[in-house]
Design a protein around this ligand. Structure first.
Ligand code: ADP
Length: 190
């Protein structure tokens, strides 16, 4: 069983690449962003709580995020493997992930970071905002906030996996197909 974290800044291509990886490896794809958006759409209690953070480009508090992800994970614990996308985004989330995987005798195989420079991220997110219907993509101030939060709070999570020798970096610039074949090859090695 392979359990992969697909990591990287907003706009790095995690969602796009996840679709290819799910098709190739049969992963259960757990995207915190998608789950939050689903809850917002359905006006659940979690959605209402999360919305104000997401609309401002801030992180949803750890306790909410961790509980939500853990209960999603437990629904699929008989899966062939998990692809975590958008989680963990803080060290507390990384520790919680190890803990709840451990309770099921599972562990993270690798964290793969897609690296893309900020200028490219900004233009991709603004472009995506024209059609995604995501309010957090439509406003350059909110996008700027998300990139700042990534550099200040989230990027350091990579160190947690570097220390465990589980961190791999992949260049996120190039065609979707090129990047997808690099990712498939990397994951295929495990
Ligand atoms: P992106 O990677 O493009 O920012 P996501 O769909 O992963 O998009 O996340 C959208 C928003 O949801 C984030 O800006 C943040 O507010 C919230 N969010 C997603 N994942 C987490 C997380 N692990 N911890 C806290 N907040 C999160």
């Amino acid at each position: 069983m392979k359990n992969i974290i697909l990591f990287g800044p907003p706009g790095a291509g995690k969602g796009t690449q996840s679709e290819f990886l799910v098709e190739e490896f049969g992963f259960v794809h757990l995207s915190t962003g998608n789950i939050f958006r689903h809850n917002i759409l359905n006006k659940t209690e979690l959605g209402v709580l999360a919305k104000k953070y997401i609309d401002e480009g801030r992180l949803v508090p750890d306790s909410l995020t961790i509980n939500m992800l853990k209960s999603e994970f437990l629904k699929y614990s008989d899966s062939v493997g998990f692809l975590f996308d958008g989680f963990p985004r803080t060290e507390a989330q990384a520790k919680a992930l190890d803990e709840f995987l451990g309770q099921e005798d599972l562990k993270i195989t690798a964290m793969i970071s897609l690296e893309v420079p900020d200028e490219e991220l900004l233009s991709r997110l603004l472009e995506r905002g024209k059609s995604s219907g995501r309010p957090d993509d439509a406003n350059s101030e909110v996008i700027g906030n998300r990139l700042r939060v990534y550099h200040k709070e989230t990027a350091i999570v990579q160190r947690y996996y570097e220390k465990q020798r589980k961190h791999i970096v992949v260049n996120g610039l190039g065609s979707v197909e090129q990047i997808s074949s690099v990712l498939k090859a990397e994951i295929g090695h495990f």
